[in-house]
Design a protein around this ligand. Structure first.
Ligand code: SAM
Ligand code: SF4
Length: 325
């Protein structure tokens, strides 16, 4: 359905857990408070929301977290969402660690694409950023996804003075592999508000200098706001999600469901609508009607744009692992 600015909202990010097997410092501080398990939506509750969302025109679902694959039988949930009437595409965003274990189940579930987050190719730096010595597992996860023939993307967040010197090495992952590497600008959510990101505009001009034959790629690569370039001799594409420096809100197509059952119209603002309360206190046609009405409200009143450029106006106080990115 359309929101008040006539944007077609057909994409919902669904966070299935606030837990994670890493502690990326800009996303999930070590002392973060986790939700009691009973406050997290059950799979049945998630499926009910997806069903209602599909009836309003949601066609694409991204499974996220925390780390979605740490939740038991996440692949079973994916299979069920994939079978939901109206849902055309289900993709996953993961840190990749558990991919070798679950790739066959994901394939059998009908997953349409996997995004793997990777900020560094250096073991020591991986530990510094994520708190764990697990780079080899992530690299094995990337191979597993590619070997299974699943459309694979790497998501990289660059931070000045931390991993910004690695942009070329990270980009080169797309040279000999059929995957896209996407640079996501750091957003002022959680610790992201006090760390310094790298502008995708700067990065694009550096890439053009290095590879003068680089061309804009206007073919569709996914659900969202990434813009891509094709670099001569590269097997995969290189993309940019310039949330800060190239605001893409006029084309925003998404809402977000948190693991606690709140529906968020925009990443930047704390406003959200409680679906869990409806699921746990209402029954029958009243419950269906209320779920639908609340989803409609969240879509209709999506704000015109984020205000990440004015950090003090950002009202979302949760960390990214509590939202789902
Ligand atoms: N655990 C999964 C993963 O790492 O892909 C899914 C959840 S994670 C919250 C989703 C994405 O959000 C990751 O690619 C992560 O790098 C990104 N992210 C977390 N905090 C961010 C921030 N402040 N700004 C931009 N991206 C952020
Ligand atoms: Fe976990 Fe993903 Fe956040 Fe890293 S970015 S702490 S892997 S949820």
């Amino acid at each position: 359905m359309k929101d008040q600015y006539q944007r077609n909202i057909d994409y919902m990010r669904v966070s299935v857990t606030d837990r994670c097997n890493l502690r990326c410092r800009y996303c999930m501080p070590k002392d973060i408070e986790l939700l009691p398990m009973e406050e997290i939506l059950s799979f049945e509750e998630i499926l009910e929301i997806v069903h209602q969302a599909a009836s309003l025109g949601i066609r694409k679902i991204k499974i996220t977290g925390g780390e979605p694959l740490v939740r038991k039988n996440c692949t079973g949930l994916i299979a069920k969402i994939r079978e939901t009437e109206g849902i055309e595409k289900v993709t996953l965003t993961t840190n990749g660690i558990l991919l070798p274990e679950y790739i066959e189940d994901l394939k059998a579930a009908g997953i349409d694409g996997i995004n793997i987050s990777l900020d560094t190719l250096r073991k020591d730096r991986f530990q510094e950023i994520t708190g764990f010595d697990a780079l080899d597992q992530v690299l094995a996860g990337i191979d597993a996804s590619l070997n299974a023939g699943i459309r694979t993307k790497i998501n990289t967040v660059l931070q000045k003075g931390v991993n910004d010197g690695e942009w070329q090495d990270l980009m080169l992952l797309a040279k000999d592999r059929p995957l896209d590497v996407r640079f996501i600008e750091m957003m002022p959510i959680g610790y992201g508000a006090v760390s310094t990101g790298v502008s995708d505009i700067e990065l694009r001009s550096k890439i053009r200098e290095l590879y003068p034959g680089t061309e804009e790629d206007h073919t569709a690569h996914g659900n969202g706001p990434a813009v891509y370039v094709r670099i001569p001799g590269f097997c995969g594409g290189v993309g940019f999600i310039a949330a800060i420096n190239e605001k893409f809100c006029k084309d925003c197509n998404r809402i977000r469901l948190t693991s606690a059952g709140r529906i968020k119209p925009c990443l930047c603002y704390g406003d959200s609508f409680d679906l869990r309360e409806i699921l746990r206190t209402k029954e029958g046609p009243e419950r269906d009607a209320l779920l639908k009405e609340t989803l409609q409200k969240a879509i209709t009143y999506k704000p015109k744009e984020h205000c990440f450029e004015a950090k003090s106006s950002v009202t979302e106080k949760k960390k990214m692992s509590q939202i789902g990115g």
